[in-house]
Write a protein that binds this ligand. Structure first.
Ligand code: MG
Length: 462
């Protein structure tokens, strides 16, 4: 009788425990977004680079889904990150850039408005613990820092690694130097809202970020977490740690990318070792294309035209790799259109969070496509430079209404009628086929005009 009662008591305790367990335990995956800075479409082995070795990203792709047509919403840092974080075109929040600046500068006062809802802020009410590790670049005044945008924890730099030069000692265009000196920059490292180091040894950033990311994962393995791991590199000036110097036959740029690859391997290994792999969605991409004017210190867009600062494909099409063992099938090559703004909608959907209904959301949910249960929901891509719509892609066709080469001092060119390229046939955008497809040009013109009616431009924050 006693034993029975005791067993009954145990069962009752177990039942009560199960009832008390949060509903998210079985349904809400952890989410990790790893973002490189200025990494080109052609800079990884699994995207065809002949000499940079990226075994960890190659394995991630082999175990998951690799996109061929994955985009960012802007061709430079600040607006691109705005779109990823908010699921909205940056023009809707005043973050598209001003007449003078494409990104927030060290002297800028603005930032991502606190009325904007980041992935982290949307996931918080669903029980997620959130961390931003790495480069932020959405406002460096206190009220714009990650900890004021839904992140429980921040460790990293407020903006780019070239934005705090040490006055007067850096040679002209030293950021493109293949032998940069640490003393040319005095970068400031923050933990949460506090400065913890200045100058920061830029050659230690990748391993230190990685250590922080691993620690965050281990500390939060019992509840759902969102880790936004935004690397500082391969944005110039390039610094690799001593373990990776002279690691690559591609030189310093290759050293830096191979160290990022190592870091991705460390994160995925931690997830495997902690038994979290099958409950963690990981996505790897870059914020914009390669900074081509930095010569050998800049990356490669592979077969795509131009790079950072341009709405040609090389500026905005990026590597995109999704990984979630047991959920996303291994070795899938995905040719559908997708974009960083879709990560916003996808993360909310995976977490069971409701997207905000009081504003336009430009992202679409990729979940069913990722899980192999349906096609992608994106058919159109809009390419902005600052606050101006330059191009539209629908299906395989892309029409350019304006063009501009990345960081060139030449004025932008307006095209009327627009240039038309068939991207599957001509990924390098070399052959204008507008004359052969007047119906397609008219359709894209319609998309251009209809889209513009949905946009109420917000005054630039910088
Ligand atoms: Mg960038």
């Amino acid at each position: 009788m006693m034993i029975k009662t005791f067993r009954g008591y145990l069962l009752a305790v177990l039942f009560a425990f199960l009832l008390a367990m949060p509903a998210y335990a079985a349904t809400q995956p952890n989410i990790v977004i790893i973002l490189a800075d200025d990494l080109g479409y052609g800079d990884l082995s699994c995207y065809g680079h002949p000499s940079i070795r990226t075994p960890n990203l190659d394995r991630m792709a082999a175990e998951g889904m690799r996109f061929t047509d994955f985009y960012v919403a802007a061709c430079v840092c600040t607006p691109s990150r705005t779109a990823l974080m908010t699921g909205r075109l940056p023009i809707r929040s005043g973050m598209a850039g001003s007449k003078t600046n494409s990104v927030l500068m060290a002297y800028s006062q603005g930032g991502l408005p606190t009325s904007e809802i980041t992935i982290a802020a949307a996931l918080k009410p669903k029980g997620y613990t959130t961390a931003c590790i790495g480069k932020w670049h959405l406002g460096h005044e206190p009220e714009y820092l990650p900890t004021h945008h839904g992140f429980d924890y921040f460790y990293g730099l407020r903006y780019s690694n070239d934005m705090e030069p040490t006055k007067g000692i850096m040679p002209k265009n030293g950021s493109a130097s293949l032998e940069p000196k640490l003393e040319w920059w005095k970068a400031t490292l923050l933990r949460n809202d506090k400065i913890i180091e200045q100058p920061t040894d830029l050659s230690t950033l990748t391993p230190r970020y990685t250590k922080e990311a691993i620690q965050f994962i281990k500390q939060n393995k019992k509840k759902p977490f969102f880790l936004y791991f935004a690397h500082t590199y391969p944005h110039v000036p390039l610094f690799a740690s001593k373990d990776f110097k002279k690691h690559s036959t591609r030189g310093l740029y290759g050293d830096v990318v191979e160290e990022l690859d190592w870091s991705v391997g460390q994160v995925l290994d931690t997830l495997r070792k902690e038994g979290l792999a099958e409950n963690t969605f990981v996505f790897f991409t870059s914020d914009n294309g390669p900074w081509l004017i930095k010569n050998l210190a800049g990356g490669s867009a592979g077969p795509l035209k131009d790079g950072k600062g341009s709405t040609w494909e090389g500026g905005m099409r990026e590597p995109g790799i999704a990984w979630w063992p047991g959920k996303i099938k291994a070795n899938v090559l995905n040719h559908e259109l997708a974009c960083t703004m879709d990560l916003f909608s996808t993360c909310l959907s995976l977490a069971g969070a409701t997207p905000p209904s009081d504003r336009v959301i430009d992202g679409v949910d990729m979940t069913s496509m990722l899980l192999g249960k349906g096609h992608g929901q994106r058919n159109v891509m809009f390419y902005y430079f600052r606050d101006e719509l330059f191009a539209v892609r629908k299906g395989s066709f892309k029409a350019h209404f304006n063009t501009r080469s990345g960081y060139s001092r030449e004025p932008m060119e307006n095209h009327n009628p627009p240039l038309l390229f068939q991207l599957e046939n001509d990924p390098g955008e070399k052959f204008n086929v507008a004359a052969e497809h007047p119906d397609v040009v008219a359709d894209l013109q319609r998309e251009f005009e209809q889209h513009q009616k949905t946009v109420v431009p917000v005054k630039a924050q910088y």
